[in-house]
Ligand binder design. Sequence first.
Ligand SMILES: [Zn+2]
Ligand SMILES: [Zn+2]
Length: 268
Amino acid sequence: MLRLALALLALLALPPLILLFEARRQRARVELGFWAFAQRVGGRVQVAWRQARRGIVTLELPHGAARVRVERGWRGWRVEARVYQQRDFGFVALIAEPPQRPTLWYAPSLEIVEVFPEEAGYPGDVSLESNDEASLRWLLKHEAISALLKAARAEGYAVEICAAHSLIIARASQAKAPNAGAAIEALGPPLLDALKRLSADLYDLAEAARDAGVIFDEAACLACGRPLDDDPWICDGCGARLHRGCREMISGCAQPSCARAADALTGP
Ligand SMILES: [Zn+2]
Ligand SMILES: [Zn+2]
């Protein structure tokens, strides 16, 4: 009788044990993907898994601080890489492939830009928005952007690039990545590679603007470089002021040291 009860108990305990074991194994696999990616790009996994249940890979670039993380998006795992630039470059440009619905209400003076197939540097079927068309067109001709768009089409992932005055964001989502670790291993390298090149050239552009006597308003919005309106969003983490739409565009604060940044290294 006792033996039967014990056997029954073991049988009942088995499924949750298997689930627990599988969950651990899955988590180990995810962590491994983050470590492998960090090692490949010479970065570090910054946020402890046990504290925040997520990893952020950080990397110092010559002209900015890069962070790469993974989120669950509606198109599967979404890998997002950001570079917080050392110098403001002064404009906003959004490029998305496949095309997205316009986000015009975000940064002030954001407008849809159209590039036609007969034009030089035609990027294919993408959506484009900017508050400075000439700068957006300059970005479109950039090798890093065309390489990223080409890779996205070849590998079948969606890609977005958002240059926002003081930071550059590149996102990619792939439905077929089985977990966050596999997603960062596959999508992290092309995103980071594009950002490295953009970071260097946007820094040079900012330097050239400074040499030419262009001065960005210190009191302007940190995400678009344009003057603030009378109802800005005021960050409760660091006191930074941004347009409300701009805060939404970059999903948080624009200061890398602030706990309200989308990829903050410290909790709020
Ligand atoms: Zn703004
Ligand atoms: Zn802040």
